[in-house]
Design a protein around this ligand. Structure first.
Ligand SMILES: Cc1ncc(COP(=O)(O)O)c(C=O)c1O
Length: 429
């Protein structure tokens, strides 16, 4: 980056050009919920991006952890430019393209040793869906799976059945059978107690986010994950680590579960990888034809970007930067006395007193050019790109500090157009 950038908001939020598009979306998008009060332009650099009204934002939300290298990373632009033919999406499981094989090869250089095969798919939810399916296939006596309180695994019905973060996602939807474990040290006791009522073969799988995402950025303890692994291994119950949000470097290791010295049987990934992936030992995958999808392993540009992103993280030693800047970020957030600052690498969060205060802070930061995301009931995620520098952390933290002082004043209330977007802090992925 040649010119030093600094967040700058020149218009009301949303600005006039953004407002037009947001109004159209509100009318036409069947899945509409309050998006952020701006519309992206394709301009930006590193951790900064412009909206179409010319406002410059500092991004500590990273497209919900799916944009790990920020905006317009030159080597990624070169990949995009390389694909100027049509189609850019093939029916990749049926008709082979080399990008499919190449991403698999690169991905499997960063997975735990025994996890030596992967199935590529369109989204995080589908990565979870297929993780569940490959576990169930070999377990004909299975009756139910085990998931955790506050979990978020996606929106397709299988993954949604295992999602226990907020009722709005699940109300009236039929579920695949599952029971819920506590996300704390009681898990060993709970699992042992279940194994007194059911045989291990009746349990199809256990699925866990080593760091919970949408449900509140809760971090599992080492003891909890060790107990879980020990009992599941002794009873031959497959353990799925859902790393859709935490995987591919976000926590300072390639996989969040590596922070706990635990090896899962299956990993689900997506977001930073640009495509969904269900990763396991080749022997765990079912017979040919059992799992597939038209576009799985077929989105040329996404596959090539996924491979390049892994290569850049390796080449630029970004795991070191993630750990170094993550430690610095938490130190700075603690210095301004925020509650319950927590995180691994660049997957961080802190708490406010309640949801209203949380949403107020997100909006106030936005008005000053910093993008943050909510999670859980009253938490804020701080998830900048892997390339973040110390000065950019300082800029972001100083915006948070000023905003926090402002919204903490008695009787504080937002006014104007922005009030229509007050719930954008409750971002549901
Ligand atoms: C842990 C986890 N699993 C699954 C999903 C679903 O991914 P997608 O939205 O790509 O379907 C998410 C999305 O945020 C997630 O955080």
């Amino acid at each position: 980056m040649l010119i030093k950038m600094k967040a700058k908001i020149k218009t009301s939020l949303p600005g006039p050009k953004s407002s037009k598009i947001l109004n159209k979306l509100k009318k036409l998008n069947g899945g509409y919920y309050d998006p952020y009060p701006y519309v992206h332009s394709n301009k930006g650099d590193g951790c900064y991006f412009y909206d179409i009204d010319g406002n410059l934002f500092l991004d500590f939300a990273c497209q919900v952890a799916s944009n790990p290298l920020g905006y317009n990373y030159s080597e990624l632009i070169s990949i995009v430019k390389k694909y100027s033919t049509y189609p850019v999406k093939y029916a990749g499981q049926d008709f082979a393209i080399k990008e499919h094989a190449e991403l698999l090869e690169e991905l499997l250089t960063i997975t735990p040793h025994d996890l030596n095969a992967a199935f590529l798919i369109n989204s995080g939810a589908e990565a979870v869906e297929n993780a569940i399916k490959i576990c169930m296939r070999g377990r004909e006596k299975a009756k139910f799976g085990l998931a955790f309180e506050h979990s978020f695994h996606g929106r397709t019905l299988g993954a949604l059945s295992l999602t226990h973060s907020k009722e709005i996602y699940t109300k009236n939807y039929l579920k695949i059978p599952n029971q819920t474990l506590s996300y704390n040290e009681n898990v060993g006791e709970e699992l042992n107690s279940l194994l007194k009522s059911y045989s291990s073969e009746e349990i199809a799988f256990v699925i866990i986010e080593p760091v919970q995402g949408e449900g509140g950025y809760n971090i599992a303890s080492k003891e909890m994950l060790k107990d879980l692994r020990k009992i599941t291994r002794e009873n031959e119950i497959p353990l799925i680590s859902d790393e859709v949000q935490s995987g591919v470097g976000r926590t300072g290791k390639w996989w969040a579960i590596e922070n706990f010295d635990v090896k899962p049987d299956v990993i689900s990934a997506a977001k930073a990888l640009q495509v969904g992936a269900t990763i396991a030992n080749k022997k765990m995958f079912p017979e040919s034809g059992a799992i597939s999808s038209t576009w799985g392993g077929g989105a040329l540009i996404d596959l090539a970007l996924g491979k390049k992103i892994i290569q850049i993280i390796k080449k630029e030693k970004l795991l070191n930067n993630i750990n170094k800047q993550g430690t610095y970020l938490r130190k700075r957030l603690n210095e301004i006395s925020l509650h319950n600052v927590r995180g691994l690498g660049l997957m961080n969060a802190f708490d406010l007193n309640n949801k209203e205060e949380r949403n107020n802070l997100i909006i106030e930061c936005l008005k000053n050019g910093l993008v943050l995301l909510g999670c859980g009931k009253k938490s804020i995620r701080v998830i900048p790109p892997y390339i973040i520098k110390k000065e950019e952390i300082d800029e972001g933290v100083s915006i948070i500090e000023k905003a926090y002082k402002k919204i903490s004043k008695k009787g504080f209330k937002h006014t104007g157009l922005i009030c229509k977007y007050m719930s954008c802090g409750e971002h549901p992925t």
